[in-house]
Design a protein around this ligand. Structure first.
Ligand SMILES: [Zn+2]
Length: 310
């Protein structure tokens, strides 16, 4: 009984991996379509074109929150008095006595002076594009091959990220068709990471949401779904960081979550035990505390009346 309890609690605490190992990739490549019948049923889904406007609404919000902060002119952000310092950190203005910060900002690595009240947003901007995980190439020639193919198609000014998107898409598709759904999910996670590095925050969030949905449904590498509620800690952190950057509450983001699943999910909903709504509810529960800490200000009534009258 004790042993059973132990095994059960261990299984419960397990989270779905987001790692891409050489072993998994090679196994997937050698799998020889053994799950083909299952996969065929799982992927029975009608493709619909979704209205992207919701993504644009969130993108606009992210752009606002990611705008460059501070001045590069070595001036106090309060009284514009010139300061002289070669060090970074907290400073006190000799003229107005107010405290301000001197740091490098993430957008252009320029040394800027910014008021203390911007400190939180300044740090969130750094967090939002730091620690991007890069997918290691186990077979480097595939990268080179895809690069050549894209060039052949007439792509000019080819960036590393363009090639990376294509490589990840190709691997994701292969994993999917081989029934390696856990591996497929990991590639989707890496796609989100790549988008985050490109400052495409709204799209990255959409992909992280989709990863959450797939993990709720317990994807594995045997073309199975077994519902799981434990959230991968890394995924959780990524979602937290982006929601913080945009000052977005999960409970107010149903539109974006619905879009993520409807737009990205390749699976037939009838094959999955956790539907979009249930998966969203799990997310609300998971981020209850974070949501409560964010009191998104509603416009004041007087302001509303004023704009109506004018
Ligand atoms: Zn000053």
């Amino acid at each position: 009984m004790q042993i059973l309890k132990k095994i059960f609690s261990k299984a419960k605490a397990e989270e779905i991996r987001l790692e891409i190992t050489k072993y998994d990739v090679n196994e997937m490549k050698d799998s020889d379509q053994k799950h083909q019948n299952k996969v065929h049923k799982d992927l029975e889904k009608k493709l619909e074109v979704k209205d992207r406007s919701v993504v644009m609404v969130y993108e606009k919000r992210f752009i606002g929150k990611f705008k460059k902060l501070g001045n590069t002119h070595q001036k106090c952000p309060y009284c514009r008095n010139a300061y002289k310092t070669l060090t970074l950190g907290e400073k006190k203005c000799v003229k107005c006595s107010k405290t301000f910060m001197v740091k490098k900002r993430v957008q252009d690595l320029g040394t800027v002076a910014y008021p203390l009240e911007n400190k939180k947003q300044f740090d969130l901007q750094w967090t939002a594009i730091s620690k991007v995980k890069k997918f290691k190439f186990y077979l480097n020639h595939e990268y080179v091959y895809i690069e050549q193919e894209l060039k052949k198609k007439g792509k000019i000014n080819l960036q590393t990220t363009d090639v990376m998107h294509s490589v990840i898409n190709a691997y994701a598709k292969n994993s999917l068709n081989s029934g390696y759904y856990e591996l497929y999910t990991a590639f989707i996670f890496y796609k989100a990471e790549l988008m985050r590095s490109e400052q495409r925050f709204s799209e990255a969030l959409v992909y992280y949401f989709y990863v959450h949905f797939l993990q709720n449904n317990g994807v594995d590498n045997e073309a199975n779904f077994q519902a799981k509620n434990n959230m991968n800690k890394e995924l959780r952190q990524r979602i937290v960081d982006l929601l913080d950057l945009g000052n977005i509450q999960i409970k107010e983001s149903k539109d974006l979550f619905d879009y993520a699943v409807e737009h990205l999910s390749v699976f037939s909903q009838t094959r999955m035990s956790v539907n979009t709504y249930k998966s969203y509810k799990i997310l609300i529960k998971e981020f209850k505390e974070e949501d409560a800490q964010k009191q998104v200000k509603k416009p004041m009534r007087s302001f509303v009346l004023y704009t109506k009258a004018s």
